[in-house]
Design a protein around this ligand. Structure first.
Ligand SMILES: NC(=O)c1ccc[n+]([C@@H]2O[C@H](COP(=O)([O-])OP(=O)(O)OC[C@H]3O[C@@H](n4cnc5c(N)ncnc54)[C@H](OP(=O)(O)O)[C@@H]3O)[C@@H](O)[C@H]2O)c1
Length: 351
């Protein structure tokens, strides 16, 4: 068995990690870490879990190296930056779910994460990316950084165009809508029920940092160039799940009839990305409600003949494919296990 620790055990992503790790046939939960929740049992923190695991939340020290083969950091980015420095070279695999090590280019990192001071020598050692796109680089990787929930959906939306078809994209505008769990379990006035319920909140109409993250990754990974990539993000009143709509104006000629085939080809052999036609089911897809609880990202590509736009829609559960599920997927690859192990749950629907 692979011994796994979760730091940020009390949080929303941490709770999902506990749920998934305890159902995984090759992972054993041996450490829970935190700050204000020290001493708590999982069942006290996550009402849905009633597991007698024999572990309570503990402070994180270098001594945890004796108890884990892999540690998941489901912590705020500044905390992850500190803990990565403490645990790198001590624990065989550190998997960070925060933004601390996502953006490689130093200037871009400082622009989007000005308060996150990370050890420069660790940056290049982190393997970052959506598991579907970084292939064998995860195998045996000691340090893994995972994309944000929106960034996962957007990267999976654009990669078949830039990496698959090699298209130059002149302009990309992304509209993202996310449920309240995307913001974690902290109390903020705007997140309270009287303000949030029924609302469509334009919390980041300009300047969302996941746009910077996607661009940094695709620019380093790809044949096709991206002219501009901008994003607006809205909070909607459901709890889980997000939808991204990427509006793409290509900078060169392409055959619109090829799009669907190109996406199917690109994601062949990647079971968690479901390329779907808009009218394929009894309700139009992608819809976050159709993927809840699962590690799937549903992607649909269309061509708007009126303005030449390529419209790519992607839906995922931000706490699963956007966080904990994707982290377990990466760990499966890291340790040479089948990618789907422990992640074969189908979505809960209706939810
Ligand atoms: N929510 C999502 O949909 C989502 C998706 C992708 C990525 N992420 C990323 O995952 C991370 C966690 O997100 P979340 O939504 O789960 O946040 P959250 O619910 O607010 O949980 C934050 C966790 O961090 C722990 N923590 C804070 N300071 C700490 C410290 N100094 N030492 C140890 N633990 C500390 C807290 O533990 P205590 O309660 O013990 O203080 C808590 O368990 C963030 O970086 C976020 O950006 C979240």
């Amino acid at each position: 068995m692979i011994r796994a620790g979760v730091v940020g055990a009390s949080g929303l992503a941490g709770g999902e990690l506990i749920r998934l790790i305890t159902q995984h046939p090759e992972l054993e939960l041996t450490f829970l870490g935190g700050s204000t929740s020290i001493g708590k049992r999982p069942a006290e923190l996550h009402p849905g879990l009633r597991l007698d695991l024999g572990v309570t939340v503990q402070p994180v020290t270098e001594e945890i190296a004796d108890r884990v083969d892999v540690v998941f950091l489901a912590t705020p980015a500044p905390v992850s930056a500190e803990l990565a420095a403490l645990l790198a070279d001590r624990v065989p695999a550190v998997v960070d779910l925060s933004g601390a090590f996502r953006i490689r280019t130093p200037e871009l990192h400082d622009r989007w994460y000005p308060k996150v001071k990370r050890r420069a020598d660790l940056v290049d050692r982190f393997v970052y990316g959506v598991p579907e796109l970084i292939g064998d680089r995860l195998v045996d990787a000691p340090l893994i950084s995972l994309p944000g929930c929106y960034a996962t959906a957007i990267t999976l939306s654009l990669a078949p165009l830039t990496l698959g078809l090699g298209l130059n994209l002149k302009t990309v505008v992304v509209d993202g809508k996310s449920g309240s769990s995307g913001g974690g379990a902290q109390l903020r006035t705007g997140e309270l029920h009287p303000y949030r319920n029924g609302a469509i909140t334009p919390y980041a109409p300009t300047g969302h940092r996941h746009a910077g993250e996607v661009r940094d990754f695709l620019e380093q990974a790809r044949p096709g160039k991206i002219g501009s990539l901008s994003m607006s993000a809205y909070g909607v009143s459901h709890v889980r799940g997000l939808l991204t709509s990427s509006y793409v104006f290509a900078g060169q000629e392409f055959d619109p009839r090829e799009l669907q085939r190109a996406y199917l080809r690109f994601y062949k052999g990647h079971p968690f990305v479901r390329v779907r036609r808009h009218t394929e089911t009894l309700i139009p897809v992608p819809d976050p409600h159709v993927v809840l609880g699962s590690n799937f990202c549903d992607v649909t590509v269309m061509h708007d003949e009126d303005d030449g736009r390529i419209v790519v829609l992607a839906a995922l559960d931000n706490l699963v494919k956007g966080a904990a599920g994707q982290a377990v997927q990466a760990v499966n690859k890291r340790f040479g296990l089948p990618e789907e192990m422990g992640l074969t749950m189908q979505p809960v629907m209706p939810a």
